[in-house]
Every structure is written in structure tokens, then in C-alpha cells.
Design a protein around this ligand. Structure first.
Ligand code: SAM
Length: 308
């Protein structure tokens, strides 16, 4: 079955044939996936900031059901991760893909630790720095823009130096996720945790095979600049292969469609967004809604400990 998402031609299904390391979009010859993601955030960054504020990732489902705001629900999920990692005052955390900084600043604030957020887009890092200053947290939350492929080594950090590495809906953008998990393992202290929240694909309802899932997930990958959406178990296996003991691997929306804080009624106004490249933002909302409605899109969390 093919579903018509009304996605612009430039994101046609031929895109699915792309090799892992490079997309072959017309006009983007020799453009790496990582570079395309950086450029995606040149327009998606301001859009997400306008529509979602400082916190972009999904929240804790119980908090959402209790009627808390998207920001409060996102903070509740972050607290769960920080608690699992046991980040303490004076410790050091690295938040990979920190966006405009909401969760990294919150992590520093509630844990008492110092947190460095990294992104490959300077506009995002600049917004995050401004937010840290506004929150009076600049001395304990810093934001760095790193090279597109630095995630494969995290070479700026010495081995065994960090008390927590976190990611919130950022690793999905990486074509070489396993390299990131290996790098995170290297930089963590023995006994410290990698904690993560990310978008996943999954079988759901009548969409059980990869062929049935792909018509919904393929357009999400194409429009939102995701090389390949992983599964709960793929992440778990990559973390284990890197050396971690995986203590939690949990689909956050088990047995329900993952609408999170963005229900189809579009109270946040994605459909009306009128900024730069707004058709990509509108397309993104449309294809994501279709995948959410089919149930094949979800969000998961992991807690993975480096053996002590
Ligand atoms: C959806 S945003 C997540 C923002 C934030 N974690 C939140 O939940 O509010 C994705 C983030 O991943 C970062 N990212 C994606 N690919 C990257 C790469 N190759 N290197 C560094 N950062 C990357 C982007 O720059 C951006 O900060």
C-alpha cells in the first residue's frame, strides 16, 4: 500500500534508495547526511523554537495524561533519566544534541552538576546560551557547536571523564549511531550512565511487517532529515555492543498511539507556521501525524550503564 502524504517532489521515494553515508538528492551532490541535518535546523530550529519553546522532546506519558504542559511533561521525563543516572552536584554531564538548551539547563539546575550541551548547528547553540543566561545558569550550563562528525569519537572529552551522557531526540539524526554509543562509552566514568530518549519505529495494529511500516516511516525520515529511524531493540543492541549494561529499554507509549503533547488538532499551530521553508514544516507535521495515527511511530527511553 502506498499512502499519499502530499510530500514535495524533492523528497520523493527515490530518496529511499540512498546509500547510508550520503543522500543523493538533486542539487545536494556530495552532501553528507550530517551536513543536511545541520542545514535542516537552519529553518527547523527557528520553527521549533517558535512552536515549542525551549523543550522539544516528548514528555512523560503519565504527566501528559495528568494534563501537565508539554514543558512540564518533558521535564518529568528528564527527571526520570537524571535520577536513573544518579547525576550529582559537582558532576559533569554531556547532553548530545541539546537544541535550544531547555533540557540541558534543566539538568544542570536540578542535579547541581555542570552540563555541556553540544549541537552541530550554531544558531541552536546560541539560543541555548541565551536561555542559560536568562535562567541564571551560564556558570553551570555551556553550549558548544561541534563538527558534523565529531559525534563518532567525542574526541574533545578524555576517556572516563563524564558522570552522564544524555540524548533527547537527537541520535535519530545520526547515520552512524553505533559509533556514537561507542564514543559515549569511552568518555563515561566506570559506573556512569548513558541515558536517552528517542524516536523509534515499531509494528502496531495492522502494520506489522517492515513493508507495512515503511510507507509511514519513510516519509518521516525523508522530510525530517532522519537517515533511518531505529527500533527499541536496535538501540539496545548497539548499546550492548558498545559495552554498556542496558538497565532500561522502554517504549514510552506501549499499546497506544504516540501523540505525545502534539495531538492531531494542532493546538500548537504547526499547520499555520509561516516562517522560512514553511512547507517543509507543514509536510513534517503531516507525515508525522500519519505515522503517529498508524501507531508505527513511538518514542522510547534507555538507561545504559558502563560497568564499574
Ligand atoms: C530535535 S533536536 C533535539 C533538541 C533537544 N535535545 C530537545 O529535545 O529539546 C536535534 C539535535 O540534534 C543535533 N544533531 C543532529 N545531528 C548532529 C550531529 N551530527 N552532531 C551534533 N549534533 C547533532 C542538532 O543539532 C539538534 O541540536
Amino acid at each position: 500500500m502506498l499512502v499519499d502524504f502530499g510530500v514535495a517532489d524533492e523528497f520523493s521515494r527515490a530518496f529511499d534508495e540512498r546509500p547510508q553515508a550520503q543522500h543523493e538528492r538533486p542539487g545536494l551532490v556530495n552532501t553528507t547526511v550530517e551536513q543536511q541535518v545541520r542545514e535542516y535546523y537552519d529553518h527547523a530550529g527557528p520553527a521549533y523554537h517558535a512552536l515549542m519553546g525551549q523543550f522539544w522532546h516528548h514528555g512523560d506519558l503519565a504527566a501528559e495524561r495528568a494534563g501537565l504542559s508539554p514543558e512540564e511533561a518533558a521535564k518529568a521525563l528528564a527527571r526520570k533519566q537524571i535520577d536513573a543516572a544518579g547525576l550529582r552536584p559537582g558532576g559533569t554531564g554531556l547532553d548530545f544534541g541539546s537544541g535550544v538548551g531547555g533540557t540541558a539547563v534543566y539538568t544542570a539546575k536540578i542535579s547541581g552538576a555542570n552540563v555541556v550541551g553540544i549541537s552541530n548547528n550554531e544558531w541552536l547553540s546560541a539560543q541555548a546560551r541565551a536561555y542559560a543566561a536568562e535562567q541564571g545558569m551560564s556558570e553551570r550550563a555551556a553550549f558548544l557547536t561541534v563538527g558534523d562528525e565529531d559525534y563518532k569519537t567525542l574526541v574533545a572529552w578524555p576517556a572516563g571523564s563524564l558522570d552522564m551522557v544524555s540524548f533527547y531526540e537527537s541520535v535519530c539524526h545520526l547515520p552512524e549511531k553505533a559509533a556514537f554509543f561507542t564514543a559515549a562509552f569511552r568518555v563515561l566514568k566506570p559506573g556512569a550512565c548513558l541515558v536517552g530518549v528517542d524516536w523509534i519505529r515499531r509494528p502496531f495494529g495492522e502494520h506489522l511487517t517492515e513493508e507495512q511500516i515503511a510507507p509511514f516511516i519513510g516519509p518521516v525520515e525523508q522530510v525530517i532529515s532522519i537517515p533511518r529511524l531505529g527500533t527499541l531493540d536496535e538501540y539496545r543492541e548497539m548499546m550492548s555492543a558498545a559495552g554498556f549494561v542496558v538497565e532500561a529499554a522502554e517504549d514510552l507509549y506501549p499499546d497506544v498511539e504516540c501523540w505525545g503533547s502534539t495531538p492531531p488538532d494542532d493546538g500548537q499551530g504547526w499547520g499555520e507556521y509561516a516562517g522560512e521553508q514553511n512547507t517543509v514544516i507543514h509536510d513534517g507535521k503531516r507525515v508525522l501525524d500519519a505515522a503517529r495515527a498508524a501507531g508505527v511511530f513511538s518514542v522510547a527511553r534507555w538507561v545504559a550503564r558502563k560497568p564499574g
